[in-house]
Design a protein around this ligand. Structure first.
Ligand code: 6LW
Length: 497
């Protein structure tokens, strides 16, 4: 069969995967968004369905006033003895912790903190031992993958943290995962940084503590030499074996907006790449060590069809799975119904690293038409294409001195500009955003007339401009100093072409 990459589209970075019986489970990082750490399941590695989040309670994760792209960094999911474990870093509080559950569809435990620093924690279980590794620099700035043993019931560190490998020399050594395959230990990492030089490298040993012998042809996977190719930045992966014994890597990558335009605004997404072991026990990955957007594979049955959801509405999405908030929301400001949402604005604008009244869904593809009927009572309410507090485009209705008006606002770093204002006859209108690789176009539809307010380039919401680790979220928001009642959003549609 043929499948297309990415297999999970939109801002879902740093994938980690485990398998229980015939089901795969995948988690991703979530940074300042709540709930934290989305979980997906799949039976075929191609079709992934989001089933929940690991961090659904305020007590599990501190997100108060954290910076954009701070908070919850790369997670690892593992299954051992009837329990799922998810370990991650809160990069703002500098704490590594794990949570566990026996029911993947249910709630996860309170966090257990581990007294080892760094980021990208991972777990490896063997017999009654639990190995915990992360990547960090020591006091002298020497980077390495550090490992200790912990007590899994409490997170208590049982042994000294030791450097087990320092990578192949690339910058930003990250994403360690340890596996035992055919009697050997494999330590797989990412190097090169999560940009255009990103790569996956690995080493092998006969002990979990090393010494590790690097694979002679590292990096085993990178698209850094594929200039002009849509898929860039592949790295940060996790290995998994399917029921037929084949190995795969789920890893991140991103899609640049155009062949010669090195910008990406949809965030880092999830890609699937074949892994093949040779008879000496070394493995290769992908097409000559690269990840392609279309993969022709005989490892997955032709019966498996890659289905893609192209149309998102309030009715066909779930508030607690598909949608997310910025940091910890004040639930009093949200009334979520099956076919509508009511939002009450506060004095917190989208430009603050706090929790504005905002509920969003990821932009999953370049070409989209997004629309929503918005009825405003007070202040301002509308749709934002939100990258971070300094990079977002807003199409909103607001109360004017007399009556109401619709505005198109661009917020690009220090340039914060209302590009167009159109007076409205009443407080209600249909807001429409048409997106392609390069542009967003902002329209208002009132009394069957569609009026173009303006356009804006997608590149100014990209990671290359805004920095950080996230991607564009389509947010519904409300703002106002003295909101007394709720603005209403109905008839939300996001259709990918
Ligand atoms: C993550 C690190 C990385 O912790 O980016 O691409 C960091 N890899 O491994 C944030 O996602």
């Amino acid at each position: 069969m043929k499948y297309n990459n990415p297999v999970v589209k939109g801002f879902y970075p740093d994938p980690s995967v485990c398998k229980v019986e015939d089901t795969y489970y995948l988690v991703c990082s979530s940074f300042q968004y709540f709930p934290g750490v989305p979980i997906f399941e799949s039976k075929d590695l191609i079709n992934w369905k989001q089933i929940g989040h690991c961090l659904t309670r305020k007590s599990q994760v501190q997100l108060e006033n954290i910076n954009s792209s701070g908070g919850v960094f790369a997670p690892t999911i593992r299954y051992n003895n009837g329990r799922f474990y998810m370990t991650t870093t809160n990069n703002t509080t500098n704490q590594n912790f794990f949570v566990w559950t026996e029911d993947i569809y249910g709630e996860w435990s309170e966090p257990m903190y581990v007294d080892q620093g760094g980021i990208d924690p991972s777990l490896y279980f063997e017999e009654d031992k639990t190995y915990f590794m992360s990547t960090m620099g020591d006091d002298k700035g020497v980077n390495g993958i550090y490992q200790c043993e912990i007590e899994i019931e409490s997170g208590r560190r049982l042994t000294e943290s030791k450097v087990i490998w320092q990578g192949s020399g690339g910058r930003y050594l990250e994403s360690p995962h340890l596996y035992k395959i055919n009697g050997s230990y494999y330590l797989m990492v990412a190097e090169g940084g999560t940009e255009y030089g990103h790569m996956v490298t690995y080493a092998r040993s006969n002990s979990p503590y090393g010494p590790f012998e690097p694979y002679a042809n590292n990096p085993v996977l990178t698209n850094r030499n594929l200039g002009g190719y849509e898929i860039q930045g592949v790295g940060h992966g996790d290995l998994i074996q399917d029921n037929s014994g084949n190995w795969w890597m789920l890893h991140l990558g991103f899609r640049q907006i155009d062949k010669w335009a090195m910008f990406h605004h949809l965030g880092r997404e999830v890609f699937l790449t074949e892994v093949t072991f040779d008879e000496d026990g070394w493995f290769t990955a992908g097409h000559n060590g690269t990840t392609l957007n279309t993969v022709d594979t005989d490892r997955i049955s032709d019966q498996v069809i890659q289905k893609e959801k192209k149309f998102y509405t309030f009715e066909n999405t779930e508030w607690d799975k598909d949608w997310c908030y910025l940091r910890h929301p004040n639930s009093d400001n949200y009334i979520l119904k099956e076919d509508s949402v009511k939002l009450k604005g506060t004095e917190v604008t989208l430009d603050k690293t706090a929790s504005p009244t905002f509920i969003g869904i990821r932009q999953m593809d370049f070409n989209a038409v997004i629309s929503c009927d918005v009825s405003v009572t007070d202040g301002e309410a509308g749709i934002t294409l939100y990258m971070d507090e300094n990079h977002h485009y807003d199409l909103a209705i607001r109360k004017a001195n007399s009556g109401f008006e619709v505005i198109e606002r661009l917020n690009i770093g220090d340039v914060k500009s209302i590009e167009n204002i159109i007076a409205l006859e009443n407080s209600k209108a249909s807001l429409v955003i048409d997106a392609n690789n390069n542009y967003y176009s902002f329209y208002i539809k009132a009394e069957d007339k569609e009026i173009l307010l303006g356009t804006a380039q997608t590149r100014y919401l990209s990671t290359e401009v805004a920095c950080g680790f996230t991607g564009v979220i389509i947010g519904l928001y409300a703002y106002g100093e003295s909101y007394t009642s709720y603005s209403q959003f109905t008839n939300f549609k996001c259709e990918y072409k």
